[in-house]
Ligand binder design. Structure first.
Ligand code: A3P
Length: 322
């Protein structure tokens, strides 16, 4: 862990250049999934396929490490905040019960829980403090993670809302003067599985199957369930993370306090000034509406029907519904 994996990244450049590419969309295919690759994305964010390869070959987790995983735009920011708040709830508690010094009141959840396939993480993996996040598909995770006792929490979201959220996000990134992406183009690529970390459906399936095979290792959560019944989901999450709420905490409404602290309203307020703590992306870019079903305001009926059909086919025989 102490070795700087980032110094190894150069070694993977040749391997990456031999991968199938989609140059028009800055994507390359690695182990069955599409990944960002190209100058434009690299000017926006500090993650890369090379970083995934370096992690696969060199990352050594501690048995107590916890990995949060998600497909982009599935509610990663929310999951990071919730897991961080659960794991650190005693550290930031004051006697009066208020949390004036809580990091989530001043900094982005992305600065509390590092993103693994980024150069900043590779340069300093120890800053993770046992809690980290990845978008890497389950089948591409470093074997050192899948074959260890580490726990993984996966957050999944309705693909129609994921696409809607992603399209808005992409065009916010393109505020730099780049040509905006049309919704029908984004839809076309997403439904063909050609989105970053896509196909979306294979991404979800990988973690879902792992959660069935190893329920003590992989917890599968849904954004929609978190919205509908946050107390139940947060209580389960705390249990899974090995940090269940005590009777006293239950009496005290600890779960409710965490839900409020990590709620869209609070986090979007804290991060609304758009300061850039983490590299290139500003903190407010991760907050838009935070609701379920916003896709109906953007996608056509035909797009909705197509995505529903793909979801039905891809998830056939699996108990995943939205
Ligand atoms: P919308 O674009 O639909 O509003 P990610 O964190 O994986 O990038 O996902 C971003 C999506 O999660 C955005 O969805 C964002 O608004 C929503 N989100 C961010 N923080 C949230 C929170 N605390 N509660 C609910 N949704 C949240």
């Amino acid at each position: 862990r102490k070795a700087k994996i980032s110094s190894l990244i150069e070694r993977y450049k040749d391997k990456v250049s031999s991968l199938p590419m989609n140059v028009d969309h800055d994507l390359c295919k690695y182990m069955g999934f599409w990944h960002f690759h190209g100058f434009w994305y690299h000017s926006k964010a500090d993650f890369s396929v090379e970083a995934i390869m370096a992690l696969q070959d060199h990352f050594e987790p501690q048995p107590t490490d916890i990995f949060l995983a998600s497909h982009p735009k599935s509610g990663t920011t929310w999951l990071k905040a919730l897991a961080f708040a659960i794991m650190n709830r005693n550290k930031f508690k004051t006697r009066s019960g208020s949390r004036p010094t809580h990091p989530l009141l001043t900094i982005s959840p992305h600065d509390c829980v590092p993103f693994m396939e980024s150069e900043s993480f590779l340069n300093n993996p120890s800053f993770a403090n046992g809690l980290m996040h990845t978008h890497i598909p389950y089948t591409s995770l470093p074997k050192s993670i899948t074959s260890s006792d580490c726990r993984i929490v996966y957050l999944c979201r309705n693909p129609k809302d994921v696409l809607t959220s992603y399209w808005h996000f992409l065009n916010k990134l393109k505020d730099d003067g780049s040509t905006p992406t049309r919704l029908d183009d984004a839809f076309e690529l997403f439904s063909r599985g050609m989105s970053p970390y896509g196909s979306f459906w294979d991404h979800v399936k990988g973690y879902y199957k792992a959660s069935l095979e190893q329920p003590r290792k992989v917890l599968f959560l849904k954004y929609e369930d978190l919205k509908k019944n946050p107390e139940n989901e947060v209580t389960n999450l705390a249990k899974f993370l090995g940090n269940p709420f005590t009777e006293e905490e239950e009496f005290d409404g600890s779960a409710k306090k965490i839900i409020e602290l990590c709620g869209f309203e609070n986090l979007s307020k804290v991060n609304k000034d758009g300061k850039q703590t983490s590299k290139v992306l500003s903190d407010d870019i991760y907050f838009r509406k935070g609701i379920v079903g916003d896709c109906v305001n953007y996608l056509t009926n035909e797009m909705i029907q197509t995505l529903d059909k793909i979801t039905k086919e891809k998830f056939e025989g699996l108990n995943i519904s939205f």
